[in-house]
Design a protein around this ligand. Structure first.
Ligand SMILES: NC(=O)C1=CN([C@@H]2O[C@H](COP(=O)(O)OP(=O)(O)OC[C@H]3O[C@@H](n4cnc5c(N)ncnc54)[C@H](OP(=O)(O)O)[C@@H]3O)[C@@H](O)[C@H]2O)C=CC1
Ligand SMILES: CC(C)(CO)C(=O)C(=O)O
Length: 301
């Protein structure tokens, strides 16, 4: 059984996939969310990319009768540690259980190992897009690709997860998840804070006004990429960043939206993680550091 923590934009995307393909799943919600009137009849309203509405019953996990075999967390990176601690307080994990961390940014694996030392930690990344209109009312805005894998490529895909992947045309198990997460983090570290501090859509980064700044951020990323022995080169990274800017030109980045709605951002797990890694190689990344500090000021205000 797949156990899914929360029912936000991306977890609902996975819940919808399970519902469509009749894959057994259960959902772990906070006590206050179960009690709230915002969850009528324990049902999720999911509007798919074509605009069709689906009322999906949420089978809630409320007791510890059967230990968790496969736990999927698609929560904000800064919520991972607290969510895992809450799971640990109430539920047990099966021997050989797997935990899948699906979020933007990096740096949560150590928390998962600390809280559940004997579980296998898997990672995932998605380019699907969705947002919460309100609690348990999710609108899908983009169909993308979801990849799953294991750090250092040391484990095989567990059967339960393979079942989900087999039924999901736009999902796969990959052997280079770390590189993919780094690439996503590099892209996010350019687009997200720049659009957030300047309060602009992604597409505005194509303007000459921002090109020198984007160039400097990419130069600094390349210095870290070389230290980490990642297989990226400057022109490839540059064209990938501009391709994502082009593809999402009309969108506001998640960080711009978080700032606009006065929510906490994932900056500590994107630029913060980048700076932390750079420090280990005595690398200073002045442009990223300055953008990090600006974002922190904006977040505070
Ligand atoms: N939305 C998107 O289009 C995309 C998002 N991502 C990434 O995916 C990750 C998830 O994003 P998204 O789905 O948008 O975020 P959401 O905030 O919509 O979803 C997270 C959900 O998990 C809930 N939650 C958090 N902690 C717990 C807990 N301990 N117990 C139960 N529920 C919990 C949250 O509740 P509450 O709100 O009450 O805290 C929220 O409903 C992020 O890293 C994001 O950057 C990546 C690609 C696209
Ligand atoms: C790719 C990008 C920048 C799209 O907006 C994104 O992942 C985000 O907004 O978090």
């Amino acid at each position: 059984m797949l156990t899914i923590v929360g029912c936000g934009a991306i977890s609902a995307t996975v819940i919808y996939q399970c519902y469509k393909q009749q894959i057994p799943f259960e959902v772990l919600l906070r006590a206050q969310d179960i009690a709230t009137t915002a969850l009528p009849k324990k049902c999720l309203l999911f509007t798919d990319f074509n605009g069709s509405e689906h009322h999906i019953d949420l089978p809630l996990k409320t007791n510890d009768e059967s230990p968790i075999e496969l736990l999927l967390l698609a929560v904000k990176s800064y919520q991972v540690e607290a969510a895992l601690s809450q799971v640990k307080q109430k539920f047990s994990l099966a021997k050989n259980a797997h935990i899948v961390l699906l979020h933007n940014g990096m740096g949560t694996v150590s928390s998962a190992h600390k809280i559940f030392p004997s579980a296998h930690v898997l990672l995932a990344s998605t380019t699907y897009a969705a947002f919460s209109k309100e609690k348990f009312n999710i609108i899908q805005t983009g169909i993308g690709e979801t990849v799953f894998g294991c750090l250092k490529n040391t484990a095989e895909c567990p059967a339960l997860l393979q079942g989900l992947i087999n039924s999901w045309q736009q999902a796969s198990w990959v052997t280079d998840i770390e590189n993919r997460l780094w690439l996503k983090l590099f892209i996010n570290s350019v687009i997200n804070p720049l659009t957030a501090v300047n309060n602009i859509k992604n597409g505005e980064l194509r303007s000459p006004r921002y090109s020198a700044h984007v160039e400097k951020l990419i130069d600094e990323i390349m210095q870290l990429s070389v230290c980490l022995k990642l297989p990226f080169n400057h022109s490839q990274l540059n064209s990938t960043v501009y391709q994502v800017i082009e593809n999402t030109a009309e969108n506001y980045s998640s960080m711009q939206q978080d700032v606009a709605h006065q929510r906490k951002t994932e900056i500590d797990f994107i630029t913060g993680y980048l700076l932390q890694q750079a420090k280990q190689y005595n690398l200073v990344l002045p442009c990223h550091l300055s953008l990090y500090q600006q974002l922190k000021q904006v977040e505070k205000a």
